[in-house]
Design a protein around this ligand. Structure first.
Ligand SMILES: [Zn+2]
Length: 57
C-alpha cells in the first residue's frame, strides 16, 4: 500500500478529471452524471412502487 500516491481516477472510464465521489467511488463528470441519473431514476421507481407518485401510462 502506497499512501503517498493518491491519484483519483474515474472508476468507470479511468479519466483523471474526477469531479464527484459517489458511494466512495470516484467519477468524472461524464460517468458521474450518468450515475446520478441512474440513482434518480431508481429513486423515482421506488416512489412509484410505494404509490407516492402516480404516472399516466
Ligand atoms: Zn469516467
Amino acid at each position: 500500500m502506497s499512501e503517498n500516491k493518491r491519484e483519483f481516477v474515474c472508476c468507470m472510464c479511468g479519466s483523471k478529471r474526477v469531479i464527484a465521489v459517489i458511494g466512495g467511488k470516484y467519477y468524472c463528470f461524464k460517468c458521474g452524471s450518468k450515475i446520478v441519473q441512474d440513482h434518480v431514476l431508481r429513486y423515482i421507481d421506488l416512489l412509484k412502487e410505494r404509490g407516492l407518485i402516480v404516472t399516466e401510462e
